[in-house]
Write a new protein. Structure first.
Length: 189
């Protein structure tokens, strides 16, 4: 809530004029944004919707949660930053907040390790009588716009750019177990 400087009335965040007296309200400082060259990694657990339809929700949540915990560790190991989880998918970025000369390679190595980790997890899931998972990954590098304030806070909508959209499309084109890289990553590695 924002207090009106004229009458003191409380107004909803983002309001431009006071609801009580009509006075103009001070606007928040614009968010700081920077253009950066970064690599986006988009990974999707294939078939988790069908899995949720046939398995107990607690089992699905435990399996998917364990998988995402381990996959997140691999992303962090290669200095990637988790931007967000979207249902059964994850978006990570390499090169934000700190750029490395080899961010595209780091993203590809993380993707390879993510598949290896999922294979290891699946062996354990199968031994426990739990369902197994498949994953497909798309990776692309390019210029992105980064909402700098979201790097250290809530990261949802932190990134905008064609590299992010292309990584998502590449992931959709991949077969389960595959990693598909875009031309930006191919040229960088």
């Amino acid at each position: 809530m924002a207090a009106c400087p004229s009458c003191g009335a409380e107004n909803p965040e983002g309001a431009r004029f006071c609801n009580a007296c009509g006075a103009a309200l001070a606007q928040a400082e614009p968010r700081r944004k920077e253009r950066k060259y970064a690599t986006a990694l988009f990974a999707d657990l294939v078939g988790s919707t069908a899995l949720a339809e046939r398995e107990d929700p607690e089992v699905v949540q435990a399996v998917v949660g364990r998988a995402f915990d381990r996959l997140s560790e691999e992303i962090a190991r290669y200095e990637g930053l988790l931007e967000k989880f979207m249902g059964d998918a994850v978006l990570a970025v390499f090169g934000v907040p700190r750029a490395h000369e080899d961010d595209a390679e780091r993203a590809v190595r993380a993707a390879l390790e993510m598949h290896a980790v999922l294979s290891e997890l699946n062996r354990g899931f199968a031994a426990e009588g739990k369902p197994t998972l498949e994953m497909r990954i798309g990776v692309e590098a390019g210029e992105v716009l980064v909402d700098v304030e979201r790097v250290s806070g809530p990261r949802d909508r932190m990134l905008t750019g064609d590299a992010v959209n292309t990584a998502a499309r590449l992931q959709s084109a991949a077969e389960p177990g595959q990693i598909v890289v875009g031309p930006g990553v191919y040229a960088s590695t």
